[in-house]
Design a protein. Structure first.
Length: 284
């Protein structure tokens, strides 16, 4: 049996109607649901990628899902069939579900009918690429997946070489990080490491660190960021730790003219990385 997708140029193959996944108790479904839990992700070295945009980014940047659940009833447009074809070409096993099963799989209120299982993202600090001159964004102890995802999105938009997550409290492979990043988790190199190791790594490479903190006296546009630079932002609740504040080559603040004393960390990171962009474009 074949079930036609929303695209007219390709029909995802379905072996037989009784092989469409219709029970939330199916072992494949139960295993996928467990991947919402960080321990299960770490134990199996796999994570979830949900959504058309996120899966498209993953496939574009060489991520090879091992399997991809799809539910044609939830498709939103005419591009899903091509994505399924690309996923299958990359080695993914295609698994069609009914709406009840996909509702169990999905982490979203309004699913779009696509969810993949793929290897965990992240690399070793020593594997992080650096440009000429280097441009990195360092995020220390970010608590909320939405903020970490937005930080990745801003780093991608600003053309940063990569993001280094220090002393993590949020797993970079959390499905909500993937969602908030709009799939830029797959386009931006990301490493996780301890602050002490990152500071040593920066010193070895001659990369200056600029810490964002409300206690600084200089504004963020008053420091030269055209050379090798690492912008550093801290947790939403506590800001940067003393380790970063004492070791940073420069400390800067973003002016706050209202009642609040600081911005959301993702917003602050965005202003900081785009100040790097502004300065470098002005110099070019």
């Amino acid at each position: 049996m074949q079930v036609r997708s929303s695209a007219s140029n390709w029909w995802p193959p379905v072996p037989a109607d009784d092989l469409v996944l219709r029970s939330p108790q199916n072992p494949k479904v139960k295993d996928a649901v467990k991947l919402r839990n960080r321990r299960h992700r770490d134990r199996t070295d796999r994570t979830l990628i949900e959504g058309y945009r996120e899966l498209r980014q993953a496939l574009t940047h060489g991520i090879r899902p091992e399997s991809l659940f799809y539910c044609p009833e939830y498709f939103l447009g005419d591009n899903e069939a091509e994505l399924l074809r690309l996923a299958e070409s990359a080695g993914a096993r295609l698994l069609q579900t009914d709406t009840r099963v996909f509702d169990r799989l999905s982490c979203r209120e309004r699913p779009d009918g696509l969810l993949g299982i793929a290897p965990l993202m992240g690399r070793e600090l020593a594997e992080m690429p650096t440009g000429d001159p280097p441009f990195l964004l360092i995020a220390e102890a970010i608590e909320k997946p939405g903020n970490l995802g937005a930080i990745l999105r801003s780093a991608d938009g600003a053309g940063a070489d990569g993001v280094i997550v220090c002393d993590r409290t949020t797993d970079i492979n959390n499905p909500n990080v993937v969602r908030a990043s709009i799939g830029t988790l797959f386009s931006v190199p990301v490493a996780e490491s301890a602050t002490v190791d990152v500071l040593a790594w920066l010193r070895e490479r001659g990369i200056r660190s600029v810490a964002a903190t409300p206690a600084a006296t200089k504004h963020h546009w008053e420091v030269d960021m055209t050379g090798p630079i690492a912008v550093v932002v801290g947790s939403e609740q506590y800001g940067l730790t003393d380790a970063w504040l004492e070791a940073a080559d420069e400390s800067v603040r973003i002016p706050m003219l209202g009642a609040a004393d600081s911005l959301n960390v993702a917003t602050a990171a965005t202003l900081m990385v785009y100040e790097v962009v502004r300065q470098r474009m002005a110099q070019a």
